[in-house]
Design a protein around this ligand. Structure first.
Ligand SMILES: [Zn+2]
Length: 448
């Protein structure tokens, strides 16, 4: 009789303290032993000699489009992309699937779809909009990790941005429910008025779009929602911070004892506004790409430990929606969820000396802790056996046909990366290996 289901031998294991050569044993999807040498029979053995083993990543911010806009990105294509990128769990945003996740009934539709089609473990954000304050409790009962609100136009008519009253009241309710509110923080008036003005003047180039969403619009909105968090005692999470000043506000708020965390997104760590002309529509996102100086300061914040999580904000759409000559009318959103770990290994580990321990905290442990996802994010006894085997020194140029996205376009195509994901394991089962998905959808629902 085998004592174990799986033993991974000889790998360099990234724990939350160090990188060490260790064996890992798994029973029933959980890690049961981590030690320099594990003896005993196992049904399956993997020799990870020469490979690094990181905890499977947790992408806390993606926009998959099932149900309702499954032709933009289905759960199967989206989660296959995550698996290929070393990510073993995610939290889906309440938009751009349809109906939007703003009440229990709509939540149930999304949960049903994920049960059938998700290759990795899944969880959900509920929406916080002017129309659903009375539905937040029901969403909490269903098991959302928290509530997502926009301080500006969301891009979708059916998901209204939150006015100050909605935010304030919604955060009071969320505080009572013990759940965080995640905010897309850009000032609505500044972004709307500049957009109107530029369009009226016929200024509709990528550069005009950048100028319509200046740093101050993000910084002001972050400051305002931090004030609401202080007053309501609501846990606050700032989504996709694109400015160093925004992170600085979070740092200062924490010093005052306010419960606030923040994430940034791999695109702000890879590209700058100067890249947008060359990228065109596939590089459009909100908040937009920033100046080179801002990008480097964001990295400094990451190295200093001031950013809690790095995620993808994967936001795909059919290419037909990205063709307008008026850049303001081009559908925004970047596809990148297959490459988050590659960006962190290349730009973080190899180019800036960020440790693998810190990278695994940013990609796995910190967001899992923040959003109450239990037994995820660490290679540790008792935790889910979610792991990714990486060839740390292999270089490759990302090609479109290697993407698992429904629409194989991404600004990251053509970039050279160092550090290749060779195998992804979810709860002890290999789901991705050597460029191929090798499992049925076996994802499970995660709730705080
Ligand atoms: Zn988003």
């Amino acid at each position: 009789m085998s004592k174990y289901d799986l033993i991974i031998r000889n790998g360099m294991v990234v724990t939350n303290k160090a990188v060490e050569k260790l064996d890992i044993a798994v029973v029933d999807g959980s890690i049961v032993e981590v030690a320099p040498e594990i003896s005993g029979l196992s049904k399956e053995e993997i020799d990870a000699k020469g490979k690094y083993i990181l905890p499977g990543g947790y992408d806390c911010h993606v926009h998959f489009n099932e149900p309702g806009r499954t032709n933009w990105e289905s759960l199967l294509t989206g989660t296959s992309s995550l698996a290929a990128g070393g990510m073993t769990s995610f939290t889906d945003m309440p938009l751009n699937s349809t109906p939007v996740t703003t009440n229990g009934k709509n939540f149930d539709l999304k949960l049903e779809a994920a049960k059938k089609n998700s290759l990795v473990d899944y969880s959900f954000w509920g929406g916080l909009t002017p129309n659903n304050l009375e539905d937040l409790e029901e969403l909490a009962e269903r098991g959302v990790v928290g509530f997502k609100a926009f301080t500006c136009f969301s891009g979708l008519e059916e998901f209204e941005g939150a006015d100050d009253w909605t935010l304030y009241r919604g955060m009071e309710i969320a505080a009572k429910l013990g759940l965080p509110v995640s905010v897309h923080a850009e000032n609505r008036d500044i972004t709307n008025k500049l957009t109107e003005k530029f369009i009226k003047e016929g200024k509709t180039s990528p550069r005009d779009f950048l100028n319509s969403r200046p740093e101050i619009s993000e910084v002001e909105a972050i400051q305002r929602v931090i004030l609401f968090a202080e007053e309501t005692k609501c846990k606050l999470h700032i989504a996709h911070v694109s400015t160093a000043k925004g992170v600085q506000l979070v740092v200062e708020a924490r010093k005052k004892g306010i419960d606030v965390s923040c994430e940034t997104v791999s695109q702000y760590l890879t590209f700058t506004e100067d890249d947008l002309d060359g990228l065109g529509p596939i590089g459009k996102c909100c908040p937009p790409l920033r100046a080179k100086d801002t990008k480097e300061k964001l990295w400094e914040h990451i190295v200093a430990g001031n950013v809690d999580a790095v995620c993808s904000d994967h936001s795909p759409a059919p290419f037909e929606l990205k063709k307008d000559s008026n850049f303001f009318k081009v559908w925004g959103g970047i596809s990148g969820c297959q490459s988050t770990m590659n960006v962190m290994l290349t730009e973080g580990y190899h180019n800036r000396g960020l440790s693998l321990v810190d990278i695994s905290k940013l990609l796995s442990l910190n967001p899992a802790k923040r959003f109450g996802i239990k037994n995820k994010g660490e290679i540790k006894v008792g935790y889910d056996a979610d792991m990714v085997l990486v060839d740390l020194n292999e270089r490759f140029i990302l090609k479109a046909d290697e993407l698992f996205y429904m629409h194989k376009v991404s600004p990251l195509v053509g970039l050279e990366f160092k550090g290749k994901i060779v195998r992804t394991i979810l709860r002890g089962k290999t789901i991705f290996q050597d460029g191929k998905i090798v499992s049925e959808p076996i994802g499970k629902f995660l709730r705080p």
